[in-house]
Write a protein that binds this ligand. Sequence first.
Ligand SMILES: Nc1ncnc2c1ncn2[C@@H]1O[C@H](COP(=O)(O)OP(=O)(O)O)[C@@H](O)[C@H]1O
Ligand SMILES: [Mg+2]
Length: 274
Amino acid sequence: MMLSIRDLRVSFEDSSGDSTEVVHGINLDLARGESLGIVGESGSGKSVLSLATIGLLPGTARASGQIMFEGQDLLTLPEKQMCGLRGRKIGMIFQEPMSALNPAMTVGAQIAEGLRLHKGMSQSDAKTEALRLLEMVQIPQATQRINSYPHEMSGGQRQRVGIAIAIALKPDLLIADEPTTALDVTVQAEILDILDDLVTDLGISLILISHDLGVIARISDRTLVMYKGDEMEHGDTERVLRSPQHDYTRKLLDAMPSRARKSLDQTGMEGPHA
Ligand SMILES: Nc1ncnc2c1ncn2[C@@H]1O[C@H](COP(=O)(O)OP(=O)(O)O)[C@@H](O)[C@H]1O
Ligand SMILES: [Mg+2]
């Protein structure tokens, strides 16, 4: 297994020293090239789980259990080594791509910077590679757009750039936390297709996080349903959609817009209402 999380618990300490556990012993496994969806309403602990995995929990958080990634326990890994893994081995895509971008640099320069710093590429090699990455995430007219600043791009294009940056160093694992939540439906579908292709073409493992089961259903092999820090159910996406074992999953299915259910039908899944 590339990633094995065992009994992960995370709690936060408040100013009076009281501690509240928000993730209550989550287990999950992810193999190379596999795609796992984590779904649950806001406050379920999805982001806390992903931040724990990339070692970016705030200082007030305490985590216990194990996060084994390629043979190392990330929970006990010194920050210096964690820093080396972040970006290089584990890439991250956030809901608001602007937060991951530097507003004062062209998108091409931002992608190239990481390649020069971490891969030791020359300026011109890094620029060529940046262009290739922008084409991979289907930025139209990439040769021109490479010189754009983030604010000159649409939300969907910025998220494509965010993905290009996240995959630039060829990570083994990509964590996408609500990557399409801020985008309109059409763009959402395009971004999900790009992520799906990357997993297939580059053999990257993907953890896709969303409050929307329709988003997860579109590309994830397996689905973990979380509620208030607990696992509700976990299994093959198709099985979870066809025969949810838990009332909470049924609630999420009912909350899915009919449009999303239709797209499930198109992928050959019958869904619960067929
Ligand atoms: N920095 C923090 N300090 C205290 N509590 C937090 C912090 N971040 C998240 N939480 C709490 O942890 C729980 C899970 O949050 P989160 O992982 O962000 O949920 P989700 O991503 O599923 O919407 C929530 O109850 C939230 O209030
Ligand atoms: Mg979140």
